[in-house]
Design a protein around this ligand. Structure first.
Ligand SMILES: CC(C)(COP(=O)(O)OP(=O)(O)OC[C@H]1O[C@@H](n2cnc3c(N)ncnc32)[C@H](O)[C@@H]1OP(=O)(O)O)[C@@H](O)C(=O)NCCC(=O)NCCS
Length: 186
């Protein structure tokens, strides 16, 4: 059954925070938390924010800006703060800020900020329109505008990259390998 949705929803309606304790089974052999654990939590919180705004199930379409700049340790409390930054017709861009807190010292580190593009689906699995976004603060407006720029740059980059790759003539590009740590052995 498809439930009726409002024309617009405010950013605050779907803002969510997910907090999870980093337990030993999340750690890799070096004692740090697996990147995949954090990615899974990010996907979960992106889904929560997107589906709340959409009032429908959502799927993850693409992920941008995932850089793990600082390791997360066992015992730390990780919080993922998510909000819908931008909506298209059926897609939503969810911004996620990840912070990790050492509960003993109280110190907090910002581990990364990433952007998940989600698409709302109806009961038959087709992309479906999402409510527009009511921008309640200057920061909401800045994020919406930033998302437009992000989308423009991504499309331009994708077109340029596809063009560069499709015209890649290997024999003429071998000089690029001279300073790389590889050798041709065929
Ligand atoms: C994403 C998906 C819905 C697109 O379907 P489609 O028939 O091409 O639909 P459309 O072309 O109408 O695109 C739907 C929306 O997705 C957006 N979109 C499609 N591909 C995209 C991409 N690579 N990056 C960002 N947005 C994308 C479109 O811009 C459009 O947004 P809009 O309605 O706000 O303008 C479809 O490919 C799909 O269901 N993929 C599987 C997603 C999934 O299951 N993820 C879980 C992980 S396995």
């Amino acid at each position: 059954m498809n439930y009726p949705q409002p024309e617009f929803r405010p950013v605050s309606y779907s803002r969510v925070t997910l907090t999870e304790l980093m337990i030993p089974s999340y750690a890799n052999f070096g004692g740090k938390i697996h990147g995949g654990i954090l990615l899974s939590l990010m996907d979960k919180v992106a889904y929560a924010a997107a589906s709340k705004h959409a009032g429908n199930y959502c799927v993850t379409v693409s992920v941008d800006g995932v850089n793990f700049l600082q390791p997360v340790e066992v015992g730390e409390l990780v919080s993922l703060l998510a909000s819908v930054n931008y909506v298209g017709r059926t897609s939503l861009l969810v911004g996620i800020k990840v912070i990790a807190e050492d509960v003993r010292s109280g110190s907090v580190k910002h581990t990364n900020t990433s952007y998940f593009t989600m698409v709302a689906k109806d009961e038959s699995g087709q992309p479906t329109q999402v409510p527009g976004l009511n921008l309640e603060t200057l920061e909401d407006t800045r994020r919406f505008l930033e998302a437009i720029k992000r989308r423009e740059f991504k499309e331009r980059y994708r077109a340029e990259f596809d063009n560069a790759v499709s015209s890649l003539a290997v024999p003429h590009q071998l000089h690029l390998l001279e300073r790389e740590r590889c050798q041709i052995v065929y």
